[in-house]
Write a protein that binds this ligand. Structure first.
Ligand code: SF4
Length: 352
């Protein structure tokens, strides 16, 4: 397993919180207008320089809708020229034109990710609260496929779409996305607790994802469901796979968690372990990313699996999984507590 004490594998940068959608579960509680306190162009270029100082993490430009920033293409170009693998997650609004998608590719973006939370226009548009959002998403995926730009589809699982996951998976395949990134709810922003699934339901979704992953033409990864890695390891053990580590994307994710191989920068420069764990280790206007990631007590403790409490602290999968620190914080107020949406009980914990 990689050592994440020096550098993150993945940096997510919310370049703006502005967005013309009003999605029901929005982490950022995005609003139409840009915050005047957003990082300016000079500050943004310094952030890119500091990210490059980590080596070669993957940089994701997200929002809000990153296309609400007029200098987005300059920032992408700066990142690509710095040698960073750069991806972008635009919102499906009228700003996401064919021309914008082509410019992503011309600037050197390696993958564009879009959200799909329903299998058809009625379901997806109700979730996004904007008519036409589904068709724009499909149009964007098709244009990207036509010009050879790799795509990813992000889906947030809630009580409203859990029964449609098989149909959403079919769309992911039909639209030739390379990766299906399945987000599990953390009750922050506009997300509602009653929309979340129960721990046993998480396991049912894991079962579906695992079975789908065996034949799907795309990779599957989970976000804020680190225990999917435990589920996959258990299945591989059961079936006698040579290694309990899954191939591909799951293996690359092994051990990554909030603040551990992962860093989030807010639109105003706050340095968070995750966009769903808004506890700050400083602001890029006053400290450096290296200082916050490597040396802050927040990030350091989040990387210590022995500091985990409850079931997660006793679990033999804690280095592979570790549970969602964001969900633990959102639901208990303690980011070292067990993930309340994991039903696994480590044998040594039950015996304690
Ligand atoms: S108990 Fe915690 S560490 Fe173990 S599998 Fe569940 S979430 Fe992961």
């Amino acid at each position: 397993m990689r050592d994440f004490s020096e550098a993150p594998f993945l940096v997510i940068w919310e370049v703006t919180q502005a967005c013309d959608l009003a999605c029901k579960h929005c982490r950022a509680s995005a609003i139409p207008d840009r915050n005047p306190l957003e990082l300016g162009g000079k500050e943004a270029r310094e952030v890119i320089r500091q990210i490059k100082d980590f080596g070669d993490p993957l940089l994701v430009f997200t929002g809000g809708d990153p296309l609400k920033r007029p200098d987005l293409f300059d920032l992408i170009t700066e990142s690509v020229n710095a040698g960073l693998r750069t991806t972008v997650t635009p919102s499906a609004t009228p700003l996401l034109t064919k021309d914008a998608i082509s410019r992503f590719q011309q600037c050197g973006v390696s993958r564009m990710a879009v959200s799909l939370d329903g299998a058809d226009a009625r379901a997806h548009d109700a979730f996004r609260q904007v008519a036409g959002s589904y068709q724009r998403t499909i149009d964007a995926l098709r244009h990207a496929a036509k010009i050879g730009l790799e795509t990813q589809i992000n889906t947030t699982v809630t009580r409203h779409n859990v029964d449609a996951l098989d149909r959403i998976a079919r769309v992911v395949g039909e639209e030739h996305a390379r990766l299906w990134s399945v987000f599990f709810l953390v009750v922050t922003g506009r997300a509602l607790a009653e929309d979340d699934l129960t721990a046993p339901e998480y396991e049912q979704v894991f079962d579906f994802l695992y079975r789908t992953s065996l034949t799907a033409p795309f990779d599957i990864k989970t976000t804020e469901a680190q225990h999917y890695r435990r589920y996959v390891a258990q299945q591989r053990k059961k079936t006698g796979a040579a290694s309990t580590a899954a191939p591909g994307v799951i293996q690359r994710q092994a051990g990554i968690n909030d603040g551990k191989g992962f860093l989030f920068i807010s639109h105003t420069g706050e340095i968070f372990p995750s966009g769903f764990l808004e506890v700050s280790a400083g602001n890029v206007r006053r400290t450096t990313l290296q200082q916050a990631y490597r040396h802050s007590s927040l990030f350091r403790v989040l990387r210590q699996s022995d500091a985990l409490e409850g079931k997660c602290g006793a679990c033999e999968y804690r280095n592979l999984c570790g549970g969602s620190r964001s969900r633990a914080y959102a639901l208990t107020g303690d980011f070292l507590a067990s993930d309340p949406r994991c039903e696994y009980v480590p044998s040594n914990f039950a015996a304690a």
